[in-house]
Design a binder for this molecule. Structure first.
Ligand code: SF4
Ligand code: SF4
Length: 436
């Protein structure tokens, strides 16, 4: 029986490993559809961002209560998964609680910490479910939060609740079996699961073993299934937040990336610089599709938690415009997924007749952006939706010349009058002549 369980466990592990590996390969290929991007040095500042923002959740604490509950889930997720190591060794070796005899009373402390975290995660998940589905927090119900994103969030919270219940059930049955069955070593008193012991008190040893084994398998298969599911879900941010914060922009928020070719051209026109070498072919101005964005911008789309903090601070969205920075990130991710799926099936990929600008994101959306950076400031994982919006607008203005008429008039004025107004530079101070 033990051998059969070991073989079954090995197969389960291999199947989960296969699907996770396959999906990671796809995510990597999708991100590599983007243009090259070289991190611009300053590794110390980047590591600081990782430690403070991704690991320390610094930006979450702008809103204390959700940050507190999120922290419980995050710490619980990180620490309880240490227990998964024991599950895996036990599953492969056919042992049970292999660390217990080695760690002695420290094992009891450790298990009680895990149980405390399991209860904390459970409570936090219930609070988040109520907040989403009963309190109807507006940012979780805005237009882009269609059926799937809402279901995704609820599924994850539901899965975490049943996984935590499985741990507590397993520990309760385990404690009843200790002293009755040779396979179950003493763990010492486990506080929270002890409270559930009366529920199973009258059960026979074989029924308790079935309950304990059932909960053990449910938990480990649930964790492995969860690991596969996460790669398809917005919850990928639990991994992607780390590289994303490392590669996040370090310049001041108002900084807009110049196009070196254009800068050189303008300087040369103004006589400020003579081109030492012929200007390089600029390629496409701005971005029309995902391959015009850099890979770190694409990676950011997989990092988005769909929390909507950006949209809830966006002045365009708040005044009823169609723009939602969260939707921009979701659309970039959806486009990557569509192109990646098409390429995997040997389809046309990027040449499927669709583009990010037009088929996923409309001009009405990008033109509503005030470039205020509120979304960038609000994002808890240092995503910069504005950069993508500006790239799309750059394409619209420079490649299609299809910006709104008022903007084109302003561009013309800048070009001819060096100012956004229609007066030439020589006339600009006429008003001052009337001042005595
Ligand atoms: S930069 Fe644009 S998208 Fe971001 S908050 Fe401001 S208006 Fe909204
Ligand atoms: S871009 Fe940032 S703030 Fe906006 S939904 Fe995604 S994670 Fe949240």
């Amino acid at each position: 029986m033990a051998i059969a369980q070991q073989i079954l466990f090995l197969i389960t592990l291999a199947v989960a490993g296969y699907f996770i590996g396959k999906r990671v390969k796809r995510l990597r290929a999708n991100i590599q559809l983007g243009k090259p991007f070289s991190p611009m040095g300053e590794p110390a500042a980047r590591l600081r961002n990782v430690l403070l923002v991704a690991f320390g959740q610094q930006k979450m604490f702008k809103r204390f209560l959700p940050a507190f509950f999120h922290l419980l889930i995050y710490v619980g997720f990180l620490i309880i998964n240490v227990e998964v190591l024991e599950f895996i060794i036990d599953g492969l070796a056919g042992t049970h609680r292999i660390f217990a005899p080695f760690l002695g009373s420290f094992y009891t402390v450790l298990m009680n910490v895990f149980e405390f975290l399991a209860v904390a995660v459970l409570v936090a998940c219930v609070v988040f479910l109520l907040r989403r589905n009963v309190a109807h927090l507006p940012r979780f119900w805005s237009a882009e939060m269609t059926r799937w994103p809402r279901l995704d969030a609820n599924l994850i919270l539901g899965i975490e609740i049943v996984l935590m219940l499985a741990i507590l059930t397993m520990n309760a049955a385990d404690q009843l079996l200790q002293g009755q069955h040779p396979h179950y070593p003493a763990t010492g008193k486990l506080f929270f699961s002890s409270m559930a012991k009366p529920l199973f008190d009258g059960l026979s040893v074989s029924a308790l073993v079935a309950l304990e084994r059932g909960a053990w398998w449910f938990h480990i298969v649930g964790i492995l299934g969860f690991s596969v599911y996460v790669t398809y879900s917005k919850h990928l941010h639990i991994f992607m937040a780390f590289p994303n914060t490392y590669f996040a922009k370090l310049e001041a928020k108002g900084h807009i990336n110049n196009m070196p070719v254009v800068t050189r051209e303008v300087k040369s026109m103004l006589g400020l610089e003579t081109a030492a070498s012929p200007a390089a072919e600029p390629g496409r101005f701005g971005a029309k599709d995902i391959h015009d964005l850099s890979w770190n911008q694409l990676m950011a789309a997989y990092t988005c938690t769909e929390c909507g903090r950006c949209t809830s601070e966006c002045p365009a969205n708040l005044t009823g415009k169609k723009l939602s920075p969260r939707k921009i990130m979701m659309d970039v991710r959806d486009r990557m997924e569509d192109v990646g799926a098409s390429l995997e099936k040997g389809g046309p990929g990027l040449n499927d007749g669709k583009t990010l600008l037009g088929d996923y994101i409309t001009k009405e959306e990008i033109n509503a952006c005030t470039s205020c950076n509120a979304c960038v400031e609000a994002c808890p994982v240092l995503i910069n939706p504005l950069e993508i919006i500006l790239e799309l607008r750059r394409y619209q203005a420079m490649e299609e010349s299809s910006s709104p008429a008022q903007w084109n008039a302003m561009f013309q004025n800048v070009e001819t009058n060096f100012a956004p107004w229609k007066f030439s530079a020589s006339d600009r101070f006429n008003w001052a002549k009337e001042i005595k």
